[in-house]
Design a protein around this ligand. Structure first.
Ligand SMILES: [Zn+2]
Ligand SMILES: [Zn+2]
Length: 344
């Protein structure tokens, strides 16, 4: 099988196309013919060396995978060849007490796909049966590749935020893969969505996704604009995909009794917590990462029903991976750039 291999992480990542043997199949594994794989910000951090912990080099990157089952091990009972599937983000044992509580990410035997084990930028991927989620066949492959990350991840964060109808929800990093789907999910809950972006030219696209107002991170502190738009109350919920660079402003933009859900940290830095402000404004701050089977199934349902439309700016054949990386580095996209895989 052909695969993209990361030989050496660097600011100018060296990926090579390699011809590898067909992955060996364990008794409880399924072999997936990859049809599409999204390019996530996480992949870029692994490729440029910013994320190193647990990364297995040489690595086949990619965790945003959709494909069709073509073979199963003798112990597999819930899948058969022809099933359309997406993997969860971690290939886990399925038996330990973490797996039993849908916390696959914490499984001692768990490996993050495209990070601690071979990922989806390849023609084939072998994972455990319990890692795969069956999806409706009518979802097109590029759209399906986004069901676990970023859509399932966004669903989990929105669930944590307990957004109520008519609340005001702030989304930072609005044009990214998480941001684009957080906007859709929050407006699906009839919230008023304020989208924060560093690129004002993306305003029409963000409005089309459901943003009521688009706020640029320009000269004026965006928290001032949020307060101006909410009669000085602030947003009830902030879904933050940016982290430390915007943190003081994000915190300031939240209404008393508001909730801040942290989903991303782009600078890998620290932020200061003004404790009296958190106490006296009774703010709740929590982190959210990954997605469970339940969230991926919900993503598949919402997409199949047309309630959420996976936001993809470009779909390219996998052989054009260099152009795909360039598009991302030039920040020309909203949502995701997806690679499509063809078989020999
Ligand atoms: Zn991802
Ligand atoms: Zn486990």
């Amino acid at each position: 099988m052909k695969a993209l291999i990361l030989q050496q992480p660097s600011p100018f990542p060296r990926l090579t196309v390699a011809d590898l043997p067909i992955p060996s199949l364990g008794d409880s594994d399924a072999l997936v013919q990859v049809k599409a794989c999204g390019l996530c910000h996480h992949d870029l951090l692994v490729m440029n060396g910013a994320l190193r912990r647990g990364v297995q080099i040489p690595l086949i990157p990619g965790h945003e995978v959709a494909g069709v089952v073509i073979a199963v091990g003798p112990n597999v009972t819930t899948l058969r060849p022809g099933d359309h599937v997406v993997p969860l983000l971690t290939d886990a044992c399925g038996r330990c007490h973490f797996c039993a509580r849908n916390l696959e990410r914490l499984c001692p035997q768990g490996q993050a796909i495209g990070h601690g084990m071979k990922g989806g930028m390849a023609q084939l991927l072998a994972v455990r049966e319990n890692t795969l989620v069956k999806i409706p066949k009518e979802i097109p492959w590029p759209q399906a590749s986004l069901l676990a990350c970023p859509i399932g991840v966004a669903i989990k964060a929105v669930e944590n935020a307990q957004i109520q109808q008519d609340e005001t929800v702030l989304v930072t990093g609005a044009s990214g893969g998480l941001g684009a789907h957080l906007i859709q999910l929050a407006s699906l809950r009839s919230a008023r969505v304020l989208a924060v972006t560093s690129d004002e030219s993306k305003t029409p696209a963000l409005e089309a996704l459901g943003a009521s107002d688009v706020i640029p991170t320009g000269e004026l502190h965006f928290s001032e604009i949020v307060l101006a738009l909410t009669e000085d109350r602030g947003a009830n919920v902030a879904l933050d995909t940016v982290g430390s660079p915007l943190f003081p402003q994000t915190l300031r933009a939240i209404a008393p009794n508001g909730r801040l859900i942290l989903l991303g940290e782009v600078a890998r830095a620290k932020a200061e917590l003004p404790l009296p402000e958190i106490i006296f404004r009774e703010l709740q701050i929590s982190g959210s990462v990954g997605a469970t089977r339940h969230h991926v199934e919900q993503a598949a349902q919402l997409v199949a029903q047309g309630k959420i439309v996976p936001t993809i700016s470009y779909t390219l054949p996998w052989t054009q991976w260099k152009s795909a990386l360039q598009l991302i580095q030039q920040r020309r996209h909203v949502g995701r750039v997806v690679l499509e895989f063809t078989q020999p």
